[in-house]
Design a protein around this ligand. Structure first.
Ligand SMILES: [Ca+2]
Length: 136
């Protein structure tokens, strides 16, 4: 799955960082939990000038049912702008041939910072989009 930031840079200016939370549901799965190596291995950075600290990546159980349902991480860009466009790829495990409804995934961003590293004044102009695709 490709996780992208969508915004009009002419309106918003550059984005220097944001926190992503990607919600998901079975049969999608990420092996391991929390900040495990097996979790970090599922994240591939796509924005060349950005940084995704491995220590920020975490697979979490948000509703206490003992099944992880949210992948969270921080993405930063100190040399340019974080997006607009693809930011990272997230690789899920799921049974072969099983259709995944788009409604089983969603993305939330917060803690968006502007070019100066301050909280962005217009976070409502910036959105996160998800594109499910088979493994290339
Ligand atoms: Ca997991």
């Amino acid at each position: 799955m490709i996780v992208s930031l969508e915004y009009n840079e002419q309106l918003t200016g550059s984005i220097s960082g944001t926190h992503f939370r990607v919600n998901y549901a079975p049969p999608l799965d990420i092996p391991g939990t929390g900040n495990a190596t097996t979790v970090r291995q599922r994240v591939t950075k796509l924005d060349a000038t950005s940084l995704i600290p491995g220590s920020s990546i975490s697979d979490n159980d948000t509703n206490g049912d003992l099944v992880d349902d949210a992948l969270e991480l921080n993405a930063l860009d100190s040399s340019g702008s974080l997006g607009p466009g693809p930011i990272f790829r997230l690789r899920y495990s799921c049974p072969d041939g099983q259709a995944i409804p788009g409604s089983s995934v969603s993305c939330v961003i917060n803690q968006i910072t502007d070019a100066g590293g301050l909280p962005h004044p217009q976070p409502q102009l910036i959105s996160c989009t998800l594109e499910l695709s088979p493994e290339p």
